[in-house]
Ligand binder design. Sequence first.
Ligand SMILES: NC(=O)c1ccc[n+]([C@@H]2O[C@H](COP(=O)([O-])OP(=O)(O)OC[C@H]3O[C@@H](n4cnc5c(N)ncnc54)[C@H](O)[C@@H]3O)[C@@H](O)[C@H]2O)c1
Length: 423
Amino acid sequence: MTALHVDKYATSPHYSGSGSIRCGSGRRSLTVDATFDLRSEVRLVDGVFDPATPDLAEVYRPAGRCVAIVDATVDRLHGRALRAYFAAHDIPLETMVCRALEEDKNLDAVCRMAGFLGSDGCDLARDEPVLVVGGGVLTDTAGLACALLNRRTPYVMIGTSVVSAVDAGPSPRTCVNGTLMKNALGAYHPPVLTLVDRALFATLAPEHLRHGMAEIVKMAAVDDEELFGRLQRHGRALLDTRFATTGGGPELAAVADEVLFRSLYAYMRHEGTNMFETRQDRPHAYGHTWSTKFEPVAGLLHGHAVAVEMALTATLATLVGWLDTDGRDALLALCRDLGLAVHHPVIEDLELMKVAQETVRRKRGGSALWAVAPRGGLGRCDYLAEVEDSLLAEAVDRHRARCREFPDGGGGLGMYLRDARWT
Ligand SMILES: NC(=O)c1ccc[n+]([C@@H]2O[C@H](COP(=O)([O-])OP(=O)(O)OC[C@H]3O[C@@H](n4cnc5c(N)ncnc54)[C@H](O)[C@@H]3O)[C@@H](O)[C@H]2O)c1
């Protein structure tokens, strides 16, 4: 066996790889085992576009320029600060400003971005990190454009929404929507650096802030009991003050930072150490089995769809003895306190739910469903290898009955895509 690993000719400081080769008997076959290594860092920063904050300049001064893809809404609200930052550091900035609505999450958008970055546009070198600034839609599409350009171009992510700060931003899963399923086409390509500045949340529409909280509730419910407690105590205040950016004082600011850090830690601990999804034990997939189908059918905002499935799966967990009803009700109460939906009639369409289940089963390799559910209390989880039709039907029935006890039937505030106000 011969191992080859020659750093001297590295193509990029961001990635490395190695491999070994062996010849089969009779010298009629060759087998290679190869590895690919990367480092992805997530950093909480205050005032990312304040010229006194060094993080961006440290990346882009050596590159001699910054090529950025920016969400149009974010550009309108924060573009001036972004430009002033690079001007203050005397670093040339070239930006592509993109509308980034859910309907723009398609391959056409990715091709336009690749055109801007590629040899007919900015002619990016393969080791030159692109700057991506925006919400989850822009993160997913621009990340995919970077994955395709030169087969792998590094990028720095500034997640400007709650979703993109704690989840889609540091995520290795870049993607666009397929015709039948959300996020169906993509590549594993994490950012080399994710900067999270909660000051940017000050301009988020309340609907977007709220549905982003669902991703934090998710990590708390299946991975971090302490985070769950903090959300019970402070979640509403974080929502009302946009993560302590419009009030709340230094005490709430410290809570906001700790909630973001714990959420990111839970995310990176599981997703960051499973970058290429070579394992199915992903707590992070809680709320993402049946919702992949019913979210677009019902026209729900992503976080509400995730919350509905989390609540349903908590009921399911009570039926298989994994969670007691107190645990389920604590989850429902937290979601409702934050205005997140815990029920939607779309889950009563069992045919749709079965199609969702089968589609996800195939996506997860076909050997099992691996639906995530809390087990042994909130803050811990396990994976349901299969959910029989009769069990799913019973869970849906029980869940509907439980949610009928709520005056609004378990609906969420501004839960539809059409409700979201675009600032
Ligand atoms: N790749 C992943 O692992 C992953 C994980 C979670 C979610 N997602 C995806 O993320 C998307 C949802 O993310 P999202 O909630 O950020 O949606 P989004 O990108 O549509 O952003 C919501 C809205 O907020 C605007 N916006 C963003 N930052 C802002 C700011 N600071 N101030 C004012 N407005 C701002 C955007 O322009 C947009 O209009 C979905 O498409 C979902 O599938 C991907």
